[in-house]
Write a protein that binds this ligand. Sequence first.
Ligand SMILES: [Zn+2]
Ligand SMILES: [Zn+2]
Length: 310
Amino acid sequence: MPTSFFTAPGKFHRGNLHTHSTRSDGVLEPKEVCRRYQAEGYDFISLTDHFIGMYDYPITDTTAYRSDDFTTILGAELHSGAMENGDLWHIVAAGLPVDFIPPNAPHFRPVEGQESAAKIAQRARDAGAFVAIAHPHWSGLTEADARTITAAHAVEIYNHGCAIENDRGDGLLSYEHMLNEGRRLNMIATDDAHFKTPDHFGGWVMVKAQENTPEALLTALKAGDFYSSTGPEIHDFRLNDDRTQAIIECSPATTITIQGPGVVTARIVGTNMTSATLSMERLTGRAWVKLAIIDANGKRAWSNPIWLDE
Ligand SMILES: [Zn+2]
Ligand SMILES: [Zn+2]
């Protein structure tokens, strides 16, 4: 029986990859942001303050707030270049060096001649970061915009702050358009917490790693060994040997659905379902499949895709 990273050695670490502090436009000091996430049961965060000139291009140093059971990944939200709608790009990068060279991005408006989003994303990836296209719905991202960010590892498919404050938290449709163009991208759920509103503890990633260290977490993130959630847990998601069945183990769910390109899904709807074996009959020949879980409170969890053309 094939295995998956779900059942590989190690444990799942709960983390938030998108957060702000007083080093940019958040209202809590970096230390307090870390304290609150740790107190909430998180294993790690990446503090991703806005990397723009009005905040002196912060790569906020959170290393002092690491402990035996909590770690931090240095990062930032990068801004440079205009999207098709004329607004400034937002790209989340976890795993940046402290000396990452700033673009010419003095404020939240694009500036003539500044580095493109594609280039700063590539520089971040080359510097070791896990790079994600932030909040596609909130940004008004177009498919042409998305195509330019070839350095991205992932797309933010749930942003809790954008959901709470603007009802623009979802990025699933933009993400699936990218998958359908052949992009090998994973997806993340995040908070984008500023702590001005109830924008925290709403979306996270569960990263499977043997150690709770920035290095191990970044390696697992880049490998896609994680899933995203606003509540439910996914304990396993794999296909059997001849890929005729999908096997799912999860926390109690009301909907378990396997999605592929186009209109086809394989799903089961019920109450308190903690496992399912779904026929892949209608999904064979498709390029990818992924799992979504919904629980009785409407909270959701999402697997990264399994690519079937590999
Ligand atoms: Zn943003
Ligand atoms: Zn943000």
